[in-house]
Design a protein around this ligand. Sequence first.
Ligand SMILES: [Mg+2]
Length: 342
Amino acid sequence: MSSRTEIATLGEFGLIRHLTEDIKLKNESTLKGIGDDAAVLDYQDKLTLVTTDLLLEGVHFDLTYVPLKHLGYKSAVVNFSDIYAMNGFPRQITVSIGLSKRFSVEDMEELYSGIRLACDVYGVDLVGGDTSASLTGLSISITCIGEGEKGKVVYRNGAHETDLICVSGDLGAAYMGLQLLEREKRVFQGEKDFTPDFSGKEYLLERQLKPEARKDIIEKLRKANVLPTAMMDISDGLSSELLHISKESHVGCRVYEDRIPIDYQTAVMAEQFNMNLVTAALNGGEDYELLFTVPLTDHEKVSEMEGIKIIGHITKAELGNFLVGRDGGEVELKAQGWNSLN
Ligand SMILES: [Mg+2]
């Protein structure tokens, strides 16, 4: 970027005003957004859902390969994903940022352009937040507020024996995208004139850098009159999330290796990295797909839905949690999580 304006030229209030002054409110539930001591929301007879997420530079993101606009977009979207995972709709967010002197007004404009794009795409109002100088790096904390209908909010604890286990989209691509970026970063650090070659791998990068939340799946299920018995979003890997549902619902599960949805590019990349593809899909994380269970009576409805795959079924708790391999052999599911894969 050519010009650089120091944050100090605007000051804290000036910066917030600069980044948010032209925001137009979209939701009826937002009575007052930015501009007073607190936002005012009116959810009338709806349930209010609240989720929050803290992202720290060097721990959750690496600015050597993540553009600030993408970071802003992703920070907002991962929160929306948690609200959809409750079968709700996100309506408002607050954004709090800590930033060191390294960052300029233009940098914050980039970050906010990503956050605001996500808000426009998903119909969410930015209603407040805070900024503060920090000694090192960038930290972003976003709180999202959403609405759910009474009796329609879906928790992790409602899965029953014989329920079908479903996932949206495909798994493991975001993790492969991260591996790819990490590899190019290592190569880049050793060379002067380096242009990374990502051709043919765009999908993996997009899944890592610009994930989407599955609003469409929530709308589809609603339209088809399917109410999941349990649901969550897949942020730490399918394995780990399945175990959460089993534990909270006091059940067990069987999922089938050959039913796990994996994109072609993910498979190619796993082969290049000499990694086990199923391990990557089970433990990769950051997929932001939905994992949910439905009663057996909804089998026909969900099997006809595009973008949803039935990967297994719920069992009695005593039967444990297992992946059934292509050869029929069973492997116990472990909560490996994506962090331990690095
Ligand atoms: Mg979640």
